[in-house]
Design a protein around this ligand. Structure first.
Ligand code: ADP
Ligand code: ADP
Length: 245
């Protein structure tokens, strides 16, 4: 079974009515998306703004329920899981957001931010937790001592490393990264992408990498899906898609 299988995914949003007499308008954010990701492989999702990329990411992460269709992780439909099963399944898939400034709580220490996906799963011995946080910080190129600092003490690229460390803390199989480098300077983008590639090689991690930048997905992904108006309009290996221009 594939690591992740998405079938006929449809998501409609009802917009607020302008007034009582107008029918509520609907946005079709996803119009039947089917895709799969094998263990250790990565899928790039590209497409213009509004094409449905973030909606796809939110559904894969079970942050929303789809209007119809299914998302299965290792053969199990997320929408069929009880909430405690879903909580445990979340160990295996984590998300990294675009904005390393907005997504790290400025009032929390790095140790707390990085540990959160693990502490959310249950009680853990404090010493073991700090050891685990130190280990993932080292994996992303930061130092043990960084765990007692706060987000504002780090650069944009370092904050994105912290966000990746946070995702790694549960030893996930899949990381969904929504525009993970687009807020960074180009030279820093390359460093973060190289880190993501190293982690992929080292742990057999899979990514769903959402980006408006083809060069970014080309580097990390075995397969690219091009989205347009809530559909995948083209899918294939990067070399095949690019060869056809
Ligand atoms: P992308 O990530 O490619 O920019 P999105 O998934 O954010 O695309 O959006 C796809 C479409 O769905 C857009 O028209 C967007 O305005 C709409 N949309 C997304 N989320 C919501 C929502 N929660 N409520 C209403 N419309 C939404
Ligand atoms: P995320 O936090 O996953 O990035 P968004 O920033 O797209 O989600 O959405 C934040 C909130 O705004 C959500 O509660 C969503 O319902 C709403 N929203 C997002 N896009 C639209 C839209 N195009 N029209 C109406 N509401 C939206």
């Amino acid at each position: 079974t594939p690591l992740l299988e998405v079938r006929d995914l449809v998501q409609r949003y009802t917009l607020p009515r302008e007034n009582l007499f107008k029918p509520a308008a609907q946005v079709h954010a996803l119009n039947g998306v089917t895709a799969q990701v094998s263990a250790g492989k990565s899928l790039g999702v590209v497409g213009e703004s509004g094409s449905g990329k973030s909606t796809f990411a939110r559904l894969v992460m079970a942050l929303e329920r789809p209007s119809s269709g299914s998302v299965s992780l290792m053969g199990r439909d997320l929408n069929q899981m009880r909430s405690d099963e879903l909580r445990r399944a979340r160990r295996d898939f984590q998300m990294v957001f675009q904005d390393p400034y907005g997504s790290l709580d400025p009032r929390q220490t790095i140790a707390r931010i990085v540990a959160e996906p693990l502490t959310a799963l249950g009680r853990i011995d404090r010493a073991a937790l700090r050891e685990r946080v130190a280990a993932v910080l080292r994996q992303v190129g930061l130092r043990d001592a960084d765990m007692d600092k706060f987000p504002h003490e780090f650069s944009g690229g370092q904050r994105q490393r912290i966000a990746i460390a946070r995702a790694l803390i549960t030893q996930p199989k899949l990381i969904v990264a929504d525009e993970p480098v687009s807020a960074l300077d180009v030279s820093v983008q390359a460093q973060v992408l190289n880190l993501m590639q190293d982690l992929q090689d080292q742990f057999g991690l899979s990514y769903i990498l959402i980006s408006h930048d083809l060069a970014v997905v080309d580097l990390l992904c075995d397969e690219i899906a091009v989205m347009y108006l809530g559909r995948i309009v083209e899918q294939g290996r990067p070399e095949d898609l690019f060869a056809r221009g």
